[in-house]
Design a protein around this ligand. Sequence first.
Ligand code: PXG
Length: 296
Amino acid sequence: MQKEIVIYIDGVYYPKSQAKISVYDHGLLYGDGVFEGIRAYEGIVFKLKEHIERLYRSAHAITLKIPISKEEMLKAVIKTIRKNKLFNAYIRLVVTRGVGDLGLDPRKCPKASVIIIADSINLHVTGAKDNGISTMISWVRRNPVDTTTHEIKSLNYLNSILAKIEASLTGVDEAICLDKNGFIVEGVGENLFIVKSGKIFTPPSSTGALEGITAKVATRLAKNMGIEVTEKNITPFQLFTAEEAFFTGTAMEMVPIKEVNNRKIGKGKPGPITKKLMAAFQKVIVDPNEGVPIYN
Ligand code: PXG
């Protein structure tokens, strides 16, 4: 039998089946908390420092004090992966507001809880990278920047979940969300890019999209290839008529979009720029300079 993975909760390691938190934790009662999803490739935690920085920025935005420093967090992540003897891994960092009473007031929660899970993950639809995935624009609008904005990676993901449910019920692989003005924002957990006349465009963060770490890497790779990348409001029409479109995200990595609401994107298969970027991305994720080594 395979050994159970161990999970870090507030400095203590518990076997997965015993890793539990209180039902009075406001992370559960109110979705009051923040998280990060991170990947390790071939013994290197890709962009670990950037993810930790974003976790603390999200926490700052909701006035959540993380009880350990960024350096301690980094060490705890590495230790958790080592304890589970993982080489390729998916890491989930969760910081909840902690235990409080049944009222929503966070002042009743004296101490935030830190959870680190290191496990394996595979969110890919079979053949997604080779053939592209089907998508639909969902009726679920992204929360605007003055509500529970996805710029904060908070535990409030019902907005994404509703869109995901709609995609599943419709029989497509993924949903795309619009902002309240009707411009494209992002997928449920991935940023979106389109290609037009050899140039790349992506929605600005004013639409409420998360500033994706994978998106930043993709932008850098494209620029290194001499391809212009511009943040611009994108209409559904502009998406339908794009030559190419693709998603970026920690979980999905880089995946071509072959279809939006039954409209073929380009030729309905991965286009040349997307393919070139995907190849460059495969190289960068295993580059030791792009992350933190687990074993050294
Ligand atoms: N937008 C949103 C709303 C996200 O939650 C991204 C874009 C992509 O960002 P990164 O930094 O990962 O390139 C995300 C990230 C999951 C899961 O379990 C979701 C994310 C990351 C990891 C796992 O579905 N979302």
